[in-house]
Ligand binder design. Structure first.
Ligand SMILES: [Zn+2]
Length: 631
């Protein structure tokens, strides 16, 4: 079914034509007879791997830039080239990742298992086998470096400079120039000079792989429409399915509008697939980039070219892609999930959306007319608390959650110094507070998360004593891209349970929830009610809630994540911190909405033996809810 024999022939010709110093065996013949997959089966090139493979070690091609989707088999393509460069060409190779630890990981988990499965390489005597340096008796070497280790890069001397995940290379103010350029210069003076650049793309305008690709002849993968036979550069946007029915995913041809399934897509990809450069010319294995591109070859490949396996739980690959798109839209951070798909499946950088932010006046004007102290909104089934400790007060928010939304229930500040026992007595008292549900049930906070970064020992002494009431000490993670919730740990010094939170991730979700421009599955409501003569959710609250700015950053593993900054002179940010902790409390709970609803029913039925007397309520009059309150 595959055109394997044909590929082999093409590659053989390409190698014989392109190489001055002819290796003992042609690359393709060598690769398919000597390279083994990690499971021991023979390696077979995928159709779109042939032309790039022919270029990687072609001395007449100055650089190869690969912008490929996740699943393209980039690791194998490179592993085969490494094996050939070591065994046949005896080259010195430098492999750079954004960080040194990633290089060591790649050798250990990806490259060496493939080389070790391949007898012709594993039989070669090695003279050094360190985490970041491998040397063979025949003179071949691989050195792993991190873009962050400028000193090690400066002393390198290599024939092949292979830079991976280049979009995740970060630059700091202290850097001396461009790290990528410094690495590529390490082939200077060598007889052979190969530059390989690869990455998923990141943000439009800031992507290094985009910049590299733009300087090349820009080859894109085409295959014929199985219906009208017109060759297309297919895009994942051509996958169509009825809403909610990703299992019916098909490809729709932009030329003839006919649809076809995954089997036809794969067949056409195998049989008619080919690269075309940015001038529209077909590029065959061994063809050189036009002179105007300075010997620079570039490949762009998205997931429409996929001919490998698909995840077992899906009937085919198109369904898998459609389902991941549906899952992204339904996820708790759809914007972030969609970015990941654009980067990893489309192999495209995304246009950084102008990150809008809700405006405090708008949120203030949209407040609703409910008074939680009187009666909670009917849909609320559980209550959560979040608190932030300061030198002179503790800020607390209470929120309610139900099947479709989040409600602001209370925002208050307990005045008092952190080192005064009275402050903590007042907080313990607040913890006992209950709110009446329309069903008759009295609801208390199910979990209460309090920041223990400031005055850790004092805060955790209190949280430890109140753990049975759902209290948990929390701390923000300093790491960029940290997950919203980490595991619960016991603090070695205080013995209190504590949890580390990815506060930026939580705040990112909160800013989306608050922003009317962003579609989210959950709605947020705030009350205009007063307590003790004070508007709980007044102008100051909303200024504080939106006091921070969000910025996009790249985490060390290459993911693009939001990062929050509290600018100097901005309003105090306790409302945002408190809400982040309360949302974390909610997220950490394992109870389902159904269980929560039946629990409310049970409490309403008088099942709660220690039900306290309702808080005495002031008489409610028509005037009672006007500004100024009833006091
Ligand atoms: Zn068509």
């Amino acid at each position: 079914m595959s055109n394997r024999a044909e590929y082999s022939q093409q590659l053989l010709e390409a190698w014989q034509g392109g190489l001055r110093a002819e290796p003992r065996l042609p690359f393709e013949q060598w690769a398919e007879s000597h390279i083994r997959n990690a499971d021991g089966t023979p390696f077979v090139f995928r159709p779109y791997q042939i032309t790039p493979a022919a270029d990687l070690l072609n001395p007449r091609i100055a650089s190869v830039a690969l912008r490929m989707y996740s699943g393209a088999g980039k690791t194998y393509l490179f592993a085969v080239a490494y094996a050939f460069a070591i065994e046949q060409l005896k080259l010195k190779i430098g492999k750079m990742f954004p960080a040194e630890s990633l290089s060591a990981d790649w050798f250990f988990k990806k490259l060496m298992p493939i080389l070790n499965e391949s007898p012709i390489v594993s039989a070669l005597p090695m003279i050094k086998d360190n985490a970041l340096f491998k040397a063979w008796e025949n003179g071949a070497e691989i050195t792993g470096v991190g873009a962050n280790s400028a000193g090690r890069i400066r002393t390198l001397e290599v024939d092949v400079a292979d830079a991976d995940e280049i979009d995740a290379i970060t630059s700091e103010a202290t850097d001396e120039g461009d790290k990528l350029a410094a690495f590529l210069r390490r082939t200077r003076g060598r007889k052979r000079q190969h530059h390989w650049l690869a990455s998923y793309p990141s943000i439009k305008g800031g992507s290094k792989i985009d910049a590299a690709f733009d300087q090349t002849d820009g080859c894109v993968w085409f295959f014929d429409c199985p219906k009208c036979n017109e060759a297309q550069a297919w895009h994942p946007k051509h996958i169509v399915w009825p809403a909610g029915q990703s299992h019916l995913a098909q490809v729709e041809c932009p030329s003839c509008a006919a649809t076809f399934g995954d089997l036809e897509r794969k067949e056409s990809c195998e049989q008619t697939g080919h690269f075309r450069n940015r001038d529209g010319e077909r590029v065959e294995p061994g063809d050189l980039p036009d002179e105007k591109y300075g010997g620079r070859r570039g490949y762009h490949l998205n997931c429409m070219a996929h001919v490998g396996d698909h995840a077992d739980k899906f009937p085919d690959y198109l369904v898998e892609v459609a389902a991941s798109s549906d899952a992204a839209n339904a996820s708790e951070n759809p914007k972030k999930a969609r970015r990941v798909l654009i980067n990893t499946l489309w192999a495209e950088s995304y246009e950084e959306e102008y990150e809008t932010k809700a405006d405090p006046e708008g949120l203030l004007a949209d407040r609703e007319d409910y008074d939680p102290a009187d009666q909670l909104p009917e849909e609320v089934t559980r209550l959560w608390g979040g608190a932030d400790v300061n030198g002179k007060f503790i800020a607390i928010i209470v929120i309610g959650t139900g099947p479709s939304g989040i409600w602001g229930i209370n925002y208050t500040e307990i005045q008092g110094r952190w080192d005064s026992p009275k402050t903590w007595v007042a907080l313990t008292k607040f913890l006992r507070r209950r709110w009446p549900h329309p069903s008759g049930a009295m609801l208390k906070m199910r979990k209460f998360f309090i920041d223990s970064r400031f005055q850790k020992n004092t805060v955790q002494t209190w949280t430890r004593a109140n753990q049975s009431k759902g209290v948990m000490a929390v701390m923000g993670s300093p790491q960029i891209g940290a997950p919203a919730l980490d595991k619960i740990r016991v603090d070695a010094a205080t013995g209190a349970k504590r949890m580390t939170l990815g506060v930026s991730e939580l705040k990112d979700q909160i800013y989306d929830l608050l922003d009317p421009e962003v579609e989210t599955p959950t709605s947020v409501h705030f009350t205009n009610a007063y307590e003790d003569g004070v508007e709980m959710f007044g102008p100051e609250f909303f200024d504080g809630l939106l006091a921070e700015e969000r910025d996009t950053k790249r985490a060390r593993d290459g993911r693009v994540v939001s990062h929050f900054i509290h600018p100097e002179g901005a309003p105090r940010n306790e409302p945002l911190d408190c809400l982040a902790y309360a949302i974390a409390a909610f997220k950490s709970d394992k109870m389902t909405e159904e269980r929560a609803a039946s629990e409310v029913e049970r409490l309403a039925g008088g099942g709660d033996k220690d039900k306290p007397k309702p808080r005495p309520q002031p008489p409610v009059t028509g005037m009672g809810r006007q500004a100024g309150g009833w006091l």
